[in-house]
Write a protein that binds this ligand. Structure first.
Ligand SMILES: Cc1ncc(C[n+]2csc(CCOP(=O)(O)OP(=O)(O)O)c2C)c(N)n1
Length: 679
């Protein structure tokens, strides 16, 4: 068993147990340098896997780095996609790609995405990042191999927290039922997940008995003992008639003193100082060209920044956030408003919050932190978005006010049918938080960037949908939805800090748009605008309207500033925080009174633009009114890794793009008017 030349089938390189131990330490080092250069990523779970990976990629798996598509190669499926840097250094060490290149991890345009994308990097077998799907993919590959009479193995790498996903057990049942002895699953049992110890979040043990009951062979090993690892992997290859699972007991953060067994190091990258200490701990400080690697990362970043800036629309002045002396804004993540509202309003005994193992960063943990009397109303469900959605329906059916949240892509997509049938069809009082939505979640990349959730949530009968524009509005919206609005409700907010463009006195009325107008440049951006309920505002004969929701509201306001300062145009900005039920009257008025409408959403174009254009085309008041409309949003592509504000530029959802689009429409109106005058 080993790395092979696929044409001659000869072994190209052999690794002794000692070589593998050394390789694993080096891989840990490259992994940490890449994380440090990226400034984000998962340290703990990549370090715990590394000994297993050295054994698998360098000695046990049959594959050929020079021919990654070799049809007889063993497949290695990464169900635990968040451990992507460990995959990349494994590929680098085996020779699939230069290992130094991994240092461009998570940067814009890099093949080393925050979560693996097989279409960007040879050697990656499948795109992943949404936990719990890999074993099903492995089942499919194993069945295909059987149909094709192939002898290769399919390895599947999972975490122990990941075992909480119900889909894992559907796949385990299938593999057992079909006697898929070409599957070898490896579980990194480091006993930690994001919210803490697996046994406290949602116990998965006794894992061995569970897999055995589904017809699997089970091996349990010390995942840091190289001889045991190699023996187990080689033994697993020989098992006939049953799939094999290797449960590897490991230490999260293995090899780095201050990371070992620390939950805080799950999704964190070392800074430069911590990197030096970590490499010392690993005993490889002098074995890696650290400065050269970091310089490589820096130059990749500089080029990405240059390319991006070259693509941006240009104006006479600079308008980017806080780039000048005037029009300054305070930035705060919108998610903070969600946590604040839960802390303030969670005293109502009917409120119960469901944890999905991402409780700190989405701020749902603020519900109970410092409030022991609420502990019994905090229900940790583990990584189980589908069951949690249906359980929330059950709680609501019994009179509770359940709240559940995760990355929007997991809380409002992974579990879509449960939301549809158990919550919406039953019309139950469940509040779903779609956190870390849109591209602003940045370096995590496509799998974690919800760009489609609004289509689904808005398409569901009975569902209320709110996309607040800043942290203050998020707090108001959360309170309204939680305590005042009946039925299923979805609130969507972002991870990154975004401008504060409202204050306590700014109106927030569920279902009613706000109208925002620039009143003149001021030292502070917020003070430069007047915001009122749209229905309370008279027409001021503005030249155009920008209709926006969520983090695109501040961008729309900035676009209004550009359009006024450089071109003299007056803009009516509508903050359409409630997308469902939508304020059709405000939209119709904007179209009738200004004649030019640009919609702005940080989502695939259509959730907002489609609703607005339907209203415009079906409102009898507008049948005889010419309206020129266009849309800003993501243009039918998946997200990418990159810094949050880089992605706002890359996906063309900045104020500059809105202003450019508005200018195009204004030119169309001028030409049309000139044409009509000549006719
Ligand atoms: C479906 C889904 N839900 C939530 C997440 C967010 N998430 C990423 S890693 C992780 C914890 C994984 O724990 P475990 O499987 O034990 O991995 P390890 O601790 O080894 O990193 C979670 C909840 C995700 N990626 N996919």
């Amino acid at each position: 068993m080993a790395l092979r030349d696929s044409s001659t089938r000869l072994v190209t390189k052999e690794y002794s147990i000692e070589d593998l131990c050394d390789a694993a330490q080096l891989m840990r080092g490259y992994n940490l340098v890449a994380l440090c250069a990226a400034g984000s990523g998962h340290a703990g779970g990549t370090l715990s896997m590394m000994d297993i990976l050295a054994a698998l990629y360098l000695r046990v798996a049959e594959h050929d780095p020079k021919n990654p598509a070799w049809s007889d190669r063993d497949r290695i499926v990464w169900s635990a996609g968040h451990k992507a840097p460990a995959l990349y250094v494994s590929l680098g060490m085996a020779g699939f790609c230069p290992i130094e290149d991994v240092v461009t991890l998570r940067k814009l345009g890099s093949p080393f995405q925050g979560h693996p994308h097989w279409l960007k990097l040879p050697g990656v077998e499948i795109s992943s990042g949404s936990l719990g799907q890999g074993l099903s993919v492995a089942v499919g590959m194993a069945l295909a191999a059987r149909l094709d009479g192939k002898k290769h193995k399919i390895f599947c790498l999972m975490g122990d927290g990941e075992q909480q996903e119900g889909q894992v057990w559907e796949a385990a049942m299938e593999a057992g039922y079909y006697h898929l002895d070409n599957i070898i699953s490896i579980i990194d049992c480091n006993r930690l997940q994001i919210d803490g110890w697996v046994k406290d979040v949602m116990e998965v043990e006794p894992l061995a008995a569970k897999y055995a009951a589904f017809g699997w062979d089970v091996l349990r090993i010390d995942g840091h003992d190289m001889s045991q690892i190699v023996d187990a992997l080689e033994q697993a290859r020989t098992v006939a008639g049953r799939p094999v699972v290797i449960m590897a007991d490991t230490i999260k953060g293995k090899g780095v003193s201050f990371m070992e067994n620390q939950p805080g190091w799950h999704g964190k990258a070392p800074n430069r100082e911590e990197l030096t200490k970590a490499l010392d701990d690993l005993g490889i400080a002098d074995k890696l060209p650290v400065e050269k690697l970091l310089a490589k990362a820096k130059s990749w970043q500089e080029e990405a920044t240059r390319n991006l800036d070259a693509k941006m629309p240009r104006f006479a002045h600079e308008y980017w956030w806080n780039s000048g002396d005037a029009m300054k804004v305070k930035m705060e993540p919108t998610r903070k408003g969600f946590g604040k509202a839960l802390a303030e309003d969670g005293g109502d005994e009917r409120v119960v919050c469901l944890g999905l193992d991402i409780s700190g960063s989405i701020t749902i943990a603020d519900f109970y932190s410092g409030k022991p009397e609420r502990a019994k109303r905090w229900i940790s469900m583990g990584i189980a978005e589908q069951s949690a959605a249906a359980a929330a329906a059950g709680l609501a059916r019994e009179g509770k006010l359940p709240v559940l949240g995760s990355y929007a892509t997991f809380s409002a997509a992974r579990n879509l049918d449960q939301v549809r049938v158990s919550i919406c069809y039953s019309n139950l009082n469940v509040l779903i938080a779609g956190a870390h939505a849109g591209v602003s979640v940045g370096p995590d990349g496509a799998t974690h960037q919800a760009l489609e959730d609004l289509f689904a949530m808005m398409g569901l009968p009975n569902m209320s949908v709110v996309v607040p524009c800043d942290a203050i509005e998020t707090r108001k919206a959360t309170r309204t939805l939680l305590l005042e609005r009946e039925g299923p409700k979805y609130i969507r907010f972002a991870r990154e800090a975004t401008p504060i463009v409202t204050d306590e006195s700014t109106p927030f009325v569920f279902g009613k748009a706000n109208m925002i107008r620039l009143r003149g440049e001021k030292p502070d951006f917020f003070g430069a605008f007047e915001t009122r309920l749209a229905e309370d505002c008279a027409d001021e004969g503005e030249d155009l309207s920008i209709i926006a929701c969520g983090p695109m509201v501040p961008e729309a306001m900035r676009a209004a500033w550009i359009l006024k300062k450089e071109f003299g145009y007056a803009t009516r900005v509508l903050n359409l925080h409630t997308l469902k039920p939508i304020d059709a009257a405000a939209i119709v008025r904007a179209a009738r009174e200004t004649g030019v409408v640009v919609t702005a959403e940080e989502h695939q174009i259509g959730a907002l633009a489609g609703r607005v254009s339907t209203i415009l085309s079906t409102s009898p008041e507008l049948y005889s009114v010419p309206v020129i409309m266009s849309a800003i949003g993501v243009k039918d592509r998946f997200g990418e890794s990159g810094a949050p504000w880089e992605l706002v530029k890359e996906f063309e959802v900045s104020a500059e793009h809105i202003a450019q689009k508005a200018l195009e429409l204004m030119a169309v109106r001028r030409h049309t008017a000139a044409h009509m005058a000549m006719a």
